[in-house]
Design a protein around this ligand. Structure first.
Ligand SMILES: *[C@@H]1O[C@H](CO)[C@@H](O)[C@H](O)[C@H]1NC(C)=O
Ligand SMILES: *[C@@H]1O[C@H](CO)[C@@H](O)[C@H](O)[C@H]1NC(C)=O
Ligand SMILES: *[C@@H]1O[C@H](CO)[C@@H](O)[C@H](O)[C@H]1NC(C)=O
Ligand SMILES: *[C@@H]1O[C@H](CO)[C@@H](O)[C@H](O)[C@H]1NC(C)=O
Length: 798
């Protein structure tokens, strides 16, 4: 089959060859025409009738027509003439592009009978296109150091024409550095290459403008141009240069972060990239990199973190300037940090004694050291504490100080000291640090208890209930704690017979005093003892005070009649001579009262009498006297009931019955009074003495009165006409005035007898009873009562 195919192919080739031969020789079968592109419409291509050997009539009768292979009417058959004309302008580049030759095939069709003739039209190229560059401008960067002969391949231009009309040559505008070299490529195209002919110098001629022209081979030739811009690149032939090798700058320690410090600047003669310098730290330590930063393009050095003179005083930094071509140069930047007083002094306490005993002198309270990180004056320090404290600072060793107490302290004066240690440096401004130590002064038992009074006087009314709180003693102790805890105690009495333990007790804690039993004024009017207060310190201190307890009287004793005796067994009878004058002293009721003071003031009163008005009882001395002259009609026997009453509240009383017998011819010596006195004297020797003394005083007084009267009488007899004193005629005849006292009435009376000439009257002027042992503590009311009593006393005497 393959053989048959090959035979068929050969047969066809032979046939085509035959046709071609036939056309070229006899030619009716296949006709060939040729026309240049861009030929005007209607241009004559050939005479078809003649070329096919047909008559013009046949052409039209057989309706000859031209059918193009591509169904386009490129050609037009003019039937009347048989001419083939161009129906349109042909563009070879459009029809065939770069195919050569460019042939349009068509058939001439005849009918009756149907007959085909093959024909072809060759379209010939004309130089209707110029070479064109795609870019109007081509940029080439060439380093100035490029060696001579270096070629730079250029972009090629395009020309749509073919053959001679296509691109044939390139030229470059005249210049001193480049020439053009045409390079043929394997596909038959040509490329331009720029070849460097002379060295470029950027500094001299930084750029070149060349015109590249592409030429085709048409006649006349067409050309296309493009601009070639050659930038001469600089070569880094200059290293950066610093104007100085060492930069020095001083920076304050407190310069804020981010502050500009210095700008380093180097020069580079190269331009462009090679002249662009970037600055970096060279071999910089981590510390430097943390502290400073350099801006690579500008060379500005800024502070990145805070400086501390106390850590680093200066920094030496190597800075490298590098240009775009890698050439570099170094310089040194020395940054000196200037100290400022930014560190306050520091106080480090090594040992502190917080509590010191008050009796300790010169005690170490604290040991501390001071430090200031600054230098110079900024680091010189002054240490001080408050002036008014009994403490002082002492330098010990280097920057160590001790704080000691200067003397023994007194906790009772001040128990706590706040000592402020101030350390200031000498910088400007001065910085200071304060440290306060609180020192407590501990107590030592150096203060004895102190009673609020050195002696206390307490009053207790007798007949008190047992365990009665009668008063308190109190002491204070200025010490603290146990040293101030007091215990009260009773001290042994001075009088060994005083049964103190059974009388009072003291509460050891609060000093309250209690009467242990009921006190009896009549048995014990006062007693005195000591109390002690002892603190619990070690050794304990104590102090004492005296306590005097006065028992106050209560009216607990009724008057007791001493005379006359009231046993009743031997009723006492008083004898009164009927010749007795008025005011005759019948007897005297003598009574005592165990109480004292007010409670023992006795008053006498006649309660009942057989014959009222005959006898009177003098209220304050108990004297029973006749009130008038006795007469014969008066009954001989009288019974008097006398009441004795004390002045207590409430009053107590006793009564006594007196029997009085009126007798005739009874003379003074028989009076029973001396008997009574003697009887009394037996009972009480003191009374005897008293009676004797009183008797003698009375008789002396009587004697002197008598003498006085006698002298007066004598004078009156001599000068009877002259007035004068006379024997008193009052109810108390002078010779009867009886000043008496008994054991019970310890009052003594002073009487002043004034016998004034010319008045004719005598009067007793009662001055005042002198009453010793009157209780001083009696109230004013009582005193008033005494006053009344005195008044009434005076009144009664008159
Ligand atoms: C191209 O043109 C240059 C200058 O015009 C000429 O010297 C050279 O011979 C030409 N090259 C060709 C292949 O025609
Ligand atoms: C301080 O008092 C205490 C207790 O009373 C005593 O032991 C000590 O010796 C005293 N110290 C001085 C220095 O007097
Ligand atoms: C000492 O300081 C303390 C605490 O600041 C204070 O409570 C106390 O009253 C101060 N004492 C004196 C004596 O100033
Ligand atoms: C009367 O009383 C007194 C004192 O109380 C006494 O001494 C005397 O013996 C008594 N006489 C008679 C008889 O009781």
């Amino acid at each position: 089959m393959a053989i048959r195919g090959a035979l068929a192919l050969r047969k066809r080739q032979v046939l085509i060859l035959f046709v071609l031969l036939g056309l070229s020789q006899a030619g009716p079968e296949s006709v060939r025409y040729s026309v240049a592109e861009e030929t005007e419409i209607g241009s004559f291509v050939g005479n078809l009738a003649r070329d096919l050997g047909l008559g013009v009539e046949e052409l039209s009768s057989r309706e000859a027509r031209v059918v193009s292979d591509d169904n386009k009417k490129h050609l037009h058959l003019d039937l009347p003439t048989g001419d083939l004309l161009l129906n349109e302008k042909l563009d070879r580049e459009e029809l065939c592009s770069s195919t050569e030759p460019c042939v349009l095939h068509f058939q001439v069709v005849l009918e009756n009978p149907l007959q085909f003739f093959r024909a072809e039209l060759h379209v010939k190229d004309i130089n209707d296109h110029s070479p064109t560059f795609l870019d109007k401008e081509i940029l080439i960067q060439i380093s100035e150091s490029t060696t001579i002969g270096t070629t730079f391949l250029m972009e090629s231009a395009q020309d749509l024409d073919i053959g001679r009309n296509s691109l044939q040559n390139y030229t470059v505008s005249p210049n001193s550095h480049f020439y053009i070299k045409i390079r043929d490529s394997s596909d038959g195209k040509i490329y331009p290459e720029l070849v460097l002919d002379r060295e470029l110098d950027h500094e001299h001629e930084p750029e070149l403008r060349l015109t590249l022209t592409a030429l085709d081979g048409g006649s006349p030739p067409r050309s296309g141009k493009t601009l070639v811009l050659i930038k001469v690149l600089d070569v880094n032939d200059n290293a950066p240069e610093f104007p100085q090798r060492l930069y020095e700058v001083q920076v304050l320690e407190d310069t804020p972060i981010g502050s500009w410090i210095i700008t380093i600047s180097a020069k580079d003669l190269d331009a462009g990239n090679y002249g662009k310098i970037s600055y970096t730290f060279l071999h910089a330590s981590e510390d430097i990199r943390k502290t400073f930063e350099i801006n690579p393009p500008s060379g500005d050095v800024h502070l990145r973190s805070s400086l501390d003179f106390e850590v680093t005083q200066s920094y030496t930094i190597n800075i490298q300037a590098t240009d775009g071509g890698g050439l570099s140069e170094e310089c040194t930047l020395l940054i000196k940090v200037i100290d400022i007083n930014d560190n306050p002094p520091e106080v480090t306490m090594s040992s502190i004694t917080k509590i010191i005993p008050e009796n300790a002198s010169e005690t170490l309270v604290a040991l501390f050291s001071v430090r200031d990180k600054d230098s110079g004056d900024n680091g010189r320090m002054v240490c001080s504490i408050q002036d008014d404290l009994p403490f002082s600072l002492k330098p010990t060793f280097k920057n160590f100080f001790t704080l000691v107490s200067e003397k023994a302290l007194d906790r009772e004066m001040r128990a706590e000291y706040n000592i402020t240690i101030t350390v200031a440096d000498m910088g400007s401004p001065r910085l200071k640090t304060q440290h306060t130590i609180t020192v407590l002064v501990s107590d030592v038992n150096d203060n004895a208890p102190a009673f609020t009074q050195t002696s206390y006087t307490l009053w207790v009314r007798e007949n008190n209930s047992p365990a009665l709180h009668i008063g308190s003693v109190s002491a204070t102790d200025t010490d603290a704690g146990a040293n101030a805890q007091l215990t009260y105690s009773l001290l042994p009495p001075q009088d060994p017979h005083l049964p103190l333990a059974s009388l009072v007790s003291i509460n050891a804690d609060n000093g309250h005093l209690f009467a242990l039993r009921s006190l009896d004024y009549e048995a014990l009017q006062a007693f005195e003892f000591g109390v002690g207060a002892t603190d619990r310190g070690s050794p304990a201190l104590s102090s004492q005070a005296r306590v005097r307890v006065l028992v106050l009287d209560a009216n607990d004793n009724s008057p007791f009649v001493l005379y006359p005796l009231q046993n009743g067994s031997a009723p006492c009878t008083e004898l009164v001579p009927r010749a007795a004058e008025a005011g005759y002293l019948v007897t005297k009721v003598v009574a005592v009262d165990g109480d004292s003071g007010q409670n023992a003031w006795l008053s006498y009163q006649l309660l009942k009498a057989t014959e009222p008005g005959l006898f009177g009882v003098w209220p304050h001395n108990g004297e029973v006297r006749t009130a008038r002259l006795l007469s014969e009609r008066d009954a001989p026997k009288h019974r008097l009931l006398v009441q004795v009453r004390d002045n207590g509240e409430p009053p107590r009383s006793a009564s006594v019955t007196l029997h009085v017998l009126l007798v005739d011819g009874f003379s003074q010596p028989y009076l029973p009074l001396p008997e009574a006195a003697a009887e009394q004297a037996r009972a009480d020797p003191l009374t005897v003495y008293l009676v004797v003394a009183l008797a003698s005083v009375s008789s002396l007084f009587l004697l002197s009165v008598l003498l006085f009267v006698a002298v007066r009488l004598c004078r009156r007899s001599r000068a009877a006409s002259l007035g004068g004193c006379s024997v008193p005629e009052g109810p108390f005849p002078g010779h009867l005035v009886d000043v008496s006292g008994t054991g019970t009435l310890s009052q003594s009376y002073q009487y002043e007898v004034c016998l004034r000439g010319g008045t004719g009257t005598n009067e007793f002027k009662f001055l005042k009873p002198i009453i010793p042992n009157l209780p001083v503590h009696d109230t004013g009311g009582n005193t008033g009562e005494n006053e009344n009593f005195r008044n009434s006393f005076g009144f009664n005497i008159q």
